[in-house]
Design a protein around this ligand. Structure first.
Ligand SMILES: Cc1cc2nc3c(=O)[nH]c(=O)nc-3n(C[C@H](O)[C@H](O)[C@H](O)COP(=O)(O)O)c2cc1C
Length: 555
């Protein structure tokens, strides 16, 4: 096949949605990858490119991905028509279709809205939609790409040809991901003066701070020139200076973050079980400065907890076996929530139970609460009906309890994962597939300590949960892995005692962080962390969204 002809014109009308020239390679590949992360999805139309090929700005991405909700959206006739028009370069009101407001709720549109928000501050969506064109290195959907790099397809050549043409006509090219691969396929990109590589491959937001100096302006100028007099600028007057763009109106770096539609003024929350119901700390710090408070675990009925001793200090950490003592969902609504409602800080209610019905019952009671922003499901509890098998270390139980809780929940559902498993990403994916809106990780690590004089356990429960600085490197590794394994946001925690700890989690890709054990010995830790993150953003001239996921790793 010629590289110049569009292979997508020959896509069959019904699944399998593969071109005749790709068919053999894909089927052979899928034989080896039967329903795993690298399975090429043949029931969905591929998305090798998005938009008008002649657009002035061309974005080079890696692959269209595949996550929860994608299949359902792809089966809608309206969406299939849009995808088909795009594949054959047919006319569309919004050629870059993910900017079409009618598709705003699709996973793809949500992803792109985040990446393009700086440009959307400058241009109307419809204008931007005819000014940018994205080419994916790999055209078909799969959950992950890394393994699929060995799969070479004829159809890829057409995408590479579109990029060659873009270079030949002088388009501004933005390499969002995998510069090495792109240069290998399109050598003309090497040394091309109008090619810009984004700094952070994990968070490919098109923002001034994510380009080398001049890159963002080059993109904006190219679009303005293309739109000519028609451009309706959202921001009137001259372009703001680069050094002002990471700040809010009051000149401070913008630390706001959003998780599952919940807005947080900053990304620092206090962790469940370490901050009571909030009020206990009201005389110690200004609670309104916090991004959020996660209250201690609430069950449907009140619980007394374990006998003493329940806490023991270890080297750089702490063992606890409090036993999830709490006032129960009903009293929480009556006695604790009214105070939390008076704060501007977000209120997340941590929920637990000893059977799936317990979890659902607690949520059903809490659903009546006014002022709850989200639930955090603690799945580190033993299921009493399954011989004490811990929910969070059994994939089936995880799916069961998350799906049932999601069905019951009136507010977004964050699922808090246990670190006491071999592969935490499997649990992250199971929770995502069952409907979790976000993940919190991690809970405490099971540990123990012994008094050698009396030869008795230091904690009455014998084993207990380890938290504090001792767990940070392991917890950070788990956050890093999960961020890469799922599409939903991840909230990181474990051993955060200062701003640098929190920044490590954010750079690894956490959308927010929680402070736990440190509250016991330094109740102002969260406030110091917020100030430290602000100072870092100021010094680096970044806004928070540019820090999140900005870890630099070899391609
Ligand atoms: C005393 C104590 C009580 C806790 N109670 C809960 C709880 O009720 N629900 C929950 O999900 N996590 C609970 N946790 C876990 C913390 O929220 C957090 O996940 C963990 O301590 C790791 O963070 P850190 O190292 O900053 O403390 C508790 C931790 C401690 C130390």
């Amino acid at each position: 096949m010629s590289h110049n002809s569009n292979p997508w014109l020959s896509l069959p009308p019904n699944p399998p949605c593969v071109t005749p020239s790709d068919r053999q390679a894909i089927f052979a590949w899928n034989e080896l990858h039967d329903d795993d992360d690298y399975t090429v999805q043949v029931n969905m139309l591929p998305e090798p490119f998005i938009g008008l090929p002649e657009a002035p700005v061309v974005l080079l991405n890696l692959n269209p991905g595949f996550g929860p909700g994608d299949l359902e959206v792809h089966q809608r006739d309206g969406f299939r028509n849009v995808l088909h028009q795009n594949l054959v370069h047919g006319p569309l009101e919004y050629p870059f279709y993910f900017l079409d407001p009618t598709l705003a709720e699709t996973p793809g549109a949500r992803w792109w809205a985040g990446k393009l928000r700086w440009l959307l501050e400058q241009f109307e969506p419809k204008e931007l939609a005819r000014s940018i064109f994205c080419v994916e290195y790999f055209p078909y959907h799969s959950r992950r790409f890394r393994g699929a790099r060995r799969l070479r397809l004829d159809s890829q050549q057409y995408g590479f040809e579109l990029v060659r043409r873009a270079v030949a006509r002088g388009a501004v090219v933005v390499v969002m991901r995998s510069g090495t691969r792109w240069i290998k396929e399109v050598p003309q990109l090497g040394g091309y003066a109008q090619a810009w590589t984004l700094h952070t491959p994990k968070n490919v937001v098109l923002s001034p701070g994510n380009f080398d100096a001049g890159g963002f302006d080059a993109v904006v100028s190219a679009i303005r020139k293309h739109l000519g007099g028609a451009a309706k600028l959202r921001v009137k007057g001259p372009m703001p200076e680069d050094n002002g763009q990471h700040t809010t109106d009051n000149g401070q770096p913008n630390l706001a973050t959003e998780i599952a539609g919940v807005h947080f003024d900053n990304p620092v929350l206090t962790a469940s079980g370490t901050f009571g119901y909030g009020r206990e700390f009201a005389d110690l710090i200004d609670l309104n400065q916090l991004g959020g408070i996660v209250v201690k675990g609430i069950s449907a009925e009140p619980m007394a907890g374990n006998p003493s001793p329940r806490i023991y200090e270890t080297d750089s950490g702490m063992l606890n076996a409090i036993g999830l003592q709490n006032v129960g969902a009903g009293r929480f609504l009556e006695e604790k929530l009214p105070f939390l409602r008076t704060l501007r800080t977000r209120c997340i209610v941590n929920v637990f139970g000893y059977s799936t019905e317990d979890y659902v019952r607690a949520i059903e009671i809490l659903n009546h609460g006014d002022g709850i922003d989200a639930y955090e499901l603690n799945i580190s509890c033993p299921n009493t009906r399954c011989g004490g098998m811990v929910y969070g270390s059994d994939l089936k139980l995880t799916e069961e309890v998350v799906a049932a809780s999601k069905r019951a929940a009136r507010f977004p559902l964050f699922v808090k994962l246990s670190p006491n498993v071999t592969d935490i990403t499997a649990f992250a994916r199971a929770a995502e597939a069952a409907g979790a809106d976000a993940l919190s990780l991690v809970n405490t690590f099971v540990g123990m300590a012994i008094d050698v004089e009396s030869r008795t356990p230091r904690v009455s429960n014998i084993t207990a949960g380890l938290s504090g600085p001792a767990i940070k490197p392991v917890a950070l590794r788990m956050v890093y892995q999960c961020v890469r394994a799922v599409r939903i946001p991840v909230i990181g925690m474990g051993g955060i005692a200062g701003a640098e700890d929190a920044l490590e989690y954010l750079i690894a890709g956490a959308q927010a962080v929680q402070i736990g054990t440190a509250n016991f010995y330094a109740p102002d830790t969260a406030l110091r962390v917020i100030e430290g993150i602000r100072e870092y953003c100021r010094r680096k001239r970044l806004q928070l969204s540019e820090v999140i996921g900005s870890l630099k790793v070899p391609d």
